[in-house]
Design a protein around this ligand. Structure first.
Ligand code: FAD
Length: 384
């Protein structure tokens, strides 16, 4: 490793850029480099699932390009460059044939979408949206089309269902799940959200598997195991995300549900750290903005010389389904307990409590979302 090798961050999503911003508040001098496989534009990923209602092009969602970010951060930002390997012994990152030294390295490589078996054969007719480029590609594919079939009824599938409907498209959602967002919600809260989306005009086929998807004319034909056949102009796959940990694993770093790091965000190598969607922090892989912002502040301190452990309070997620307002703080996996629900039409107050009556999570819909702050105060921290 050369003496003045930079701190290198792989990834220019919210995790990479927010860490760089926090770090620069504490250390204006240390050489800093960010490397990204994408074009390095700074944008807020949550806005991708509100862009159709607002009629926003991808360019309008980008806040700054890589060059402007480099100047603002006093950093080098390498865009369109994929890191292909990490040599932890020599402290080098490899970009194909090229090698670059690092003093410390941070993985902020995000998560990648799970794909359906028909993805390649259907090409532009079945896309996913996980970054700004995907969003631009999907918007282009929708040009002149009216109907969208969304596969997946998780948070992202539901948000796009609401947004595309508000954007004027006919929307059908197909999922093998028995109800919406089953990892986050009890059935009663999901039913309220589904009713709100149905009132808006979204059609659901839940609890059924897709047997086949094929091109038909200029669109798609989809056969479900229930025997139902559906046609749509365009497909959107939203069947989940998997942390990107291959680079770390190939370099011999520990990984499980993401790149495993301790409370200081340090991997099994003392000079390599991870945060954001790619990281499993003390056993938790939380693919949301608040945890990565909290991690960025703690890691910036550690990297500027004050070793700091990250702590996570319980953090509610505002789900962007305006057809039925929803806020949820899911119980951490492995916590024993059950949902207790008060239902008044579309207003659901669902509390996840253990045998001692301790609250571990909640889901609030409709007017009940007003209770968010009060219930959040009752929750134990996720990481003390
Ligand atoms: P990413 O943004 O995925 O960034 C990863 C970066 O790593 C990219 O720059 C990529 O190019 C780079 N990279 C990867 N591999 C390499 C490599 N080998 N070499 C070089 N570069 C590489 N969360 C909320 O809390 N609230 C919401 O309302 C919300 N809405 C969402 C809506 C949508 C549609 C989606 C998809 C997610 C949403 N999320 C939301 C989740 C949230 O956006 C993510 O948790 C967050 O943006 C992840 O940021 P990240 O920087 O970890 O990853």
């Amino acid at each position: 490793m050369s003496d003045n090798a930079p701190l290198v961050i792989i990834g220019t999503g919210l995790a990479g850029y927010n860490l760089a911003k926090e770090f620069r508040k504490l250390d204006a001098e240390r050489p800093l480099m960010l490397i990204s496989a994408d074009d390095g534009r700074f944008y807020s990923k949550p806005l991708l699932s509100t862009g159709f209602a607002k009629g926003k092009e991808a360019d309008e969602l980008a806040m700054q390009d890589g060059e402007a970010m480099a100047e603002q951060l006093g950093a080098q930002v390498l865009t369109g460059q994929e890191v292909t390997a990490i040599d932890t012994r020599e402290r080098l990152v490899r970009l194909g044939e090229r090698s670059l030294p690092y003093s410390d390295l941070v993985l902020a490589t995000g998560a990648q979408v799970r794909t359906l078996p028909w993805r390649e054969a259907l090409a532009e007719r079945l896309l996913s949206i996980n970054d700004l480029a995907d969003y631009g590609r999907f918007r282009a594919a929708l040009n002149g089309r009216r109907s969208v079939l969304i596969v997946g009824a998780g948070l992202i599938g539901c948000e796009f269902a609401n947004d595309l409907r508000l954007g004027g498209f006919e929307v059908t959602v197909v999922a093998s799940d028995p109800w919406l967002m089953p990892q986050l919600l009890p059935e009663q809260a999901a039913a309220a959200v589904q009713a709100g989306l149905e009132e808006l005009g979204v059609e659901f086929h839940l609890g059924c598997a897709i047997e086949n998807m094929a091109l038909e004319g200029d669109g798609l034909r989809v056969r479900l195991d229930s025997g139902v056949e559906l046609v749509a102009d365009q497909g959107l796959s939203a069947i989940g995300l998997v942390p990107r940990s291959e680079l770390a694993e190939a370099a011999g770093l520990a990984a499980g549900r993401g790149v495993q790091v301790d409370r200081q965000l340090r991997t099994s190598d003392p000079h390599v750290y991870a945060l954001g969607d790619c990281a499993e922090v003390a056993g938790l892989n939380l693919m949301y903005v608040m945890p990565l912002m909290t991690s960025a502040r703690a890691l910036a301190k550690t990297l500027s010389g004050t070793p700091t452990e990250v702590g996570y309070p319980a953090m509610p997620i505002m789900v962007k389904t305006p057809a039925c307002p929803l806020v949820v703080t899911p119980p951490l996996s492995g916590v024993a307990g059950s949902w207790q629900c008060d239902v008044e039409g579309r207003d659901v107050r669902a509390r996840f409590v253990d045998a001692n009556g301790q609250l571990h999570g909640f889901a609030l819909t409709g007017v009940a979302v007003a209770e968010k702050l009060q219930l959040t105060r009752e929750l134990p921290a996720w990481l003390d």
